[in-house]
Every structure is written in C-alpha cells, then in structure tokens.
Design a protein around this ligand. Structure first.
Ligand code: ZN
Length: 437
C-alpha cells in the first residue's frame, strides 16, 4: 500500500493538481480519507465549501496527507482499500451501508462466477470488494474493466449469445471455465489495488504461450495487457463531476431563491403517474450536487388513495418517505405540479407552519444541522403551465425562465427525470395488471 506524504494544514500550495487520494489528520488521529481528480482543488473545497460532514471535523485538521495515483480508477480503488484498512473516524461515522457500494462476486450451481454491485453484504458464498464511496464512478470503472475481463452479471446466461456477448463484454454461453475464472481473479485483483501484479502475471502468460507456439492465446494476453493499461491510464471516470465542480455557484443561487442559508446537496424530486387513479405510483429521484444518483431513486405504489387525486397521492408518498430514516434526508424537495401540489407537500413536511398561532413544534436546530430534521427542508413545485415555480413562503410563483441558466437547467432536469421514472413504473404496473386481468 502506498504511503501518504504529509504537509501542514493550510499549506495547500504544496498539494499536486493531479488525481490521487488525500487524508486529514487531527493531533492524534486519522479523520478522513477521500479521492480527487485534482487533489489541491478538492482539499481546498473541504475548507471553503464545507459539507455537513466536513463541519464535524474540519476544525480539527492538523496535517494533510496525499499521494498521486496517475489515474482516476486507481484513486477510486485506493480510496476504497485505504478506508477499509484504516477506518478513518469520519468516513466511518458517516457510514451507512445504503450509501456504500460493494462489488459482489458470486457463483451459480456450476461454480461459474458472476459479478454485480450491491449495498449489502448478505449473500451467501459471495466475495465482496469494497466498500466504494461513489456508485457512478464504480459502475463506470467496472464497465471499462469489463472490456479487458469480460464477465457475467447474471446467474444464468442464456444458451445463445446475449447483447453483451456481441459487445465482447461477456464471455459467451460456454466459456473456458479456467480461463474465465482467471479473468475474474484478475478483475478482483485490480479492484484490490494489485494492478502491477496482474500486469506481471499477464506478461508471464503471454511469454509462456508464445514459447509453446500458442500464438492465438499469446495475442489474447497481449491485447488484455494493452487494453488494461489503456483503461487505467485514460478512463475519465469522474467526469460527471464537472457539474459538481460548478455546484457551489448553483447552490448559491438555489439558497437565494429558496431563502435559506444552509447547505443544499441532496435534492429529491417527486412526481405522480396514474390513469384515472389506476396503477397510481409516485417517483422519488435523487440529485447530489446537481448530478442524478440513480442508485438512490425510490418508487412508491400508492396504496390508500382511490380515484385521480394527485395532491392526496403526494401526501401519501411523502408521509411514507419521511419514515425512512435510513435514507439520507433531502436538503430540498421538488414537486412536479402547482400550488395544490406544493401545499400538499407542505402539509406533510411543514405541518405546523400554516397555523400561525405559534402552536407549531419548535424546530430543533441541532437536529436540522445534522440533516435529519424535516421541518426546515425547503420545498418548491414547478407547474407545467408557463413553467411557474412555486416556492414555500412566496405568494406568487416565479417564472422559471427568469432564473439563472444553472437553475433553469437543473430544475427541468429534475422534473424530466422524476416524470420519466414515475411513468416507467406506472407502465410496468399497468402491463402487469393487463396480463393478470
Ligand atoms: Zn453474454
């Protein structure tokens, strides 16, 4: 495992502007480990734009450690392995299995391995690598690695070639078992940070094959080496973070528009889909720092409402959502709809604010600071007609087109995504319903 180089806190200029892993130390303890495309910028960001989690430890930072990885995939892999090895206090404090990702390697009855990503480690006879912090980056990494090491993602492969077979990402219906297992072992080793060993082994294989005049397999090994080297050095897997880099500015606009001065990171968008009240569903989409995180999307089958009644359905979905303490609470709630939908949401999220007689429960400041109080969450709704944005506390709606471009784009994106997600689920239920009729 690599060693961190240490610098004094605030000597940010000594940090490289390349990809790698960094760590924060207090006087006597390791506080936190993270990865970055640009170590210097990312570390500065923790101090200049502290998140809820940063607030818990940023004042205690005494020294900063770092090492360069030369590639983003390696940063992702080392981050996961170092967190696992050292269990830094504030990676662990924040740890909630729902937010972490493991690569699971399981086996079917024929002892053929297959690979999938999961939040939980509760499958039998399964090996887990991780936890990894960022789902999107992990998925992209696996997608790239699958080119070098084709693998199954399902327990039972069909007898004929699947779509992934045709893309050379899948070893085919009847792979050479030993070769396939070797590939899986190599893939796992890469995820465990043993890139050098994998390359060394592949080179040895290549040599052995060509000595035996098995040129076909020698060429295969050579292609694997080349593709692996290319994947690891060139894959820009954190590229989605461009939005995240621009996030502080967008967040500032949002805070102004919503009239709040607390951190906004997690936004949840809701939409309802039904036909005359039938097969009614609600969608919940999640955006973190402006980027959709599909792993955190949830859907609700409406259970208690009969007939078409959008506002009652929103109430049902939100009441059920806020009982899920195991999901991180949102910093902003977005509803597809107009004033009626906004009020329906407010009736659940801010049940005491409308009375105006002071009877409402007092807001617990410390509770909201750690992100668990729901009563301080700002809520807004976008009506289709004229794209009017209704915001809690404002009498009149704001026209979306008058808002900064960043906000305009973000809100439309959340709206479209919640709409798409709800309608997909609704159609699925409708189809199932028709089939069982
Ligand atoms: Zn296949």
């Amino acid at each position: 495992m690599k060693n961190f180089k240490l610098i004094k806190n605030k000597n940010f200029g000594e940090l490289p502007k390349t990809s790698g892993v960094y760590s924060f130390y207090g006087k006597n303890e390791l506080l936190y480990i993270g990865k970055a495309i640009n170590i210097q910028n990312r570390v500065k960001n923790h101090f200049n734009q502290p998140s809820y989690r940063d607030d818990l430890f940023i004042d205690k930072v005494d020294k900063i450690g770092f090492f360069e990885t030369g590639s983003e995939i390696e940063a992702l892999v080392f981050e996961a392995n170092l967190i696992k090895k050292y269990q830094p206090k504030f990676n662990v404090v924040w740890r909630d299995d729902k937010n972490y990702f493991y690569v699971a390697i399981s086996q079917n009855e024929q002892k053929i391995p297959y690979i999938f990503i999961t939040h939980q480690k509760n499958y039998e006879k399964t090996k887990y690598v991780g936890p990894f912090v960022e789902g999107t980056a992990l998925k992209k990494t696996l997608r790239f690695l699958r080119r070098a090491f084709p693998y199954y993602t399902v327990k039972k492969h069909p007898k004929t070639k699947c779509t992934y077979c045709h893309l050379s990402l899948c070893p085919g219906p009847d792979p050479d078992k030993n070769l396939y297992k070797k590939n899986i072992n190599n893939l796992v080793a890469i995820l465990e940070g043993k890139k050098q060993k994998v390359l060394r082994d592949l080179k040895k294989d290549m040599k052995k094959y060509s000595q035996n005049r098995d040129f076909e397999n020698a060429a295969k090994a050579r292609d694997q080496i080349l593709s692996l080297e290319k994947i690891i050095s060139h894959a820009h897997i954190f590229e989605a973070n461009k939005t995240q880099q621009a996030w502080p500015k967008t967040e500032g606009f949002l805070q102004t528009i919503m009239g709040v001065n607390k951190k906004i990171s997690r936004i949840e968008g809701y939409d309802i889909s039904n036909i005359q009240g039938n097969q009614a569903v609600a969608s919940m989409v999640v955006f973190i720092d402006g980027t959709a995180d599909k792993n955190q999307y949830r859907k609700f089958k409406i259970k208690t409402i009969e007939g078409p009644n959008d506002t009652a359905m929103i109430k049902e979905a939100l009441s059920r959502r806020i009982t899920h303490n195991e999901w991180p609470m949102p910093d902003l709630i977005f509803i597809d709809g107009g004033k009626g939908q906004l009020n329906a949401a407010l009736a659940i999220i801010h049940p005491h604010t409308k009375r105006g007689d002071g009877a409402g429960k007092k807001i617990n400041r410390s509770e909201s600071r750690s992100g668990v109080g729901v009563k301080e969450i700002p809520v807004c709704a976008l009506a289709k007609k004229n794209n009017e944005l209704f915001i809690k506390g404002n009498k009149d709606p704001v026209l979306l087109k008058t808002l900064p471009r960043e906000i305009f784009n973000l809100i439309l994106q959340i709206r479209d995504e919640s709409h798409r997600f709800a309608i997909t689920y609704h159609k699925k239920l409708r189809k199932k319903h028709l089939l069982t009729e």
